[in-house]
Write a protein that binds this ligand. Sequence first.
Ligand code: BG6
Length: 464
Amino acid sequence: MKYTFPENFWWGSAASGPQTEGTYEGDQKGANIWDHWYAEQPEAFFDQVGPNRTSAFYKNYKADIQLMKQTGHNSFRTSIQWSRLIPNGTGEVNQKAVDFYNSVIDELIANDVEPFMNLYHFDMPMKMQEKGGWENRETVEAYVHFAKTCFELFGDRVKKWFTHNEPIVPVEGGYLYQFHYPAIVDMKKAAQVGYHEALASAKAIKVYHELNQGGEIGIILNLTPSYPRDENNPEDVKAARIADAIFNRSFLEPAVKGVFPTDLVDLLKEIDYLPVIEEGDLDIIKENTVDLLGVNYYQPRRIKAKESAEKLSDGPMPDDYFDNYEMPGRKMNPYRGWEIYEKGIYDILTNLRENYGNIRCFISENGMGVEGEERYINEDGRIDDDYRIEFVKDHLKYVHQAIQEGSNVQGYHMWTCMDNWSWLNAYKNRYGFIAVDLDNDCKRTIKKSGQWFKQMTDNNGFDD
Ligand code: BG6
């Protein structure tokens, strides 16, 4: 069968500043939470590899943009590092950062690769974190100022902006499950952090629209469809619904509908964990919803009703309301430990069509992290990652089906262009279309999937 996508479909990949740029003597970048955490506790990172060991996009971006062209990109998303542009979080702007991002944007445009810019990808400037980061209301205002600075500096050329990448991740990583700094367990703070991120997003959207720059602004959410173990068991269904409220609708509803989900509000009220909300905030959230939505999809959630009342921590936790269900026979990515369930992408798009006004959207991340890819190197030195090609095809078929049924999907970006540094996992799992040899001056080699992607995007689809 032939899978052809709509005209002008956005094909490309996503990355982020903190995972690709690196830091260099004299670049005047300020520290962010990752730089700080690594300096404090390198053993927390896989192989003790920290945020400075990147593919060095800061220096290699021109050549990398050529590789994007060679792998069929017409668009590319990265992020502006807050701590590079405004090293202390507030105050002076770093001119070297302005020059760098100007040059990246110009180079992308000159090569017909449209720049999509995200403003926050897990990278709180350390100076802001010292005052509480997203826990502190002041961070909201500092972020909005950072966002406005970005629009004013780069908005003449960047026409697709995103306020956050996966805002639920700093909540769960930083305040519930300890895989982001400050790595504490405190659901009350988690609720405040999430609320401040949602508010900051609405405020940045307001500023962007007021500037009238003729582009669009959205948010990028990692949506994890929440499936009950047994659809006929009301307790399983209820548990899955709570997981959905906490991990998906917490940001999806304010972003698209301008309100918070009532079941989540009720849950927080019940445990007296409602965040501090100032007068006028809810109007701002109501009035400033997104123009478009980025959907990151990796895996679903399988949920069952709680089987024991045993508590995981002293205070309330999301896990008090549901258990994860290890469904027998599910297909797993053995390296990352994530389930591969292609139909999940279709279920998300259908849900957006049916329940979220068919919001204009695109797949902003989808990908497969694999450990030890060097064992697939062929005699020409290329990694033959057929599994990644299959992964992309299997997901694209479902995206295609959703579009046929009327979903408003504008594009598909892979995570990621070239292998990059991935937070605590560092380089454990590789996701790129392009391999990066860290021991050989970061030499880049296009994988088989990169060549396939080029051919596929040239045809605006594929046969299978
Ligand atoms: C996404 C993030 O959630 O997943 C990326 O936006 C991240 O920043 C990617 O790198 C892969 O995650 P991991 O932990 O498997 O490397």
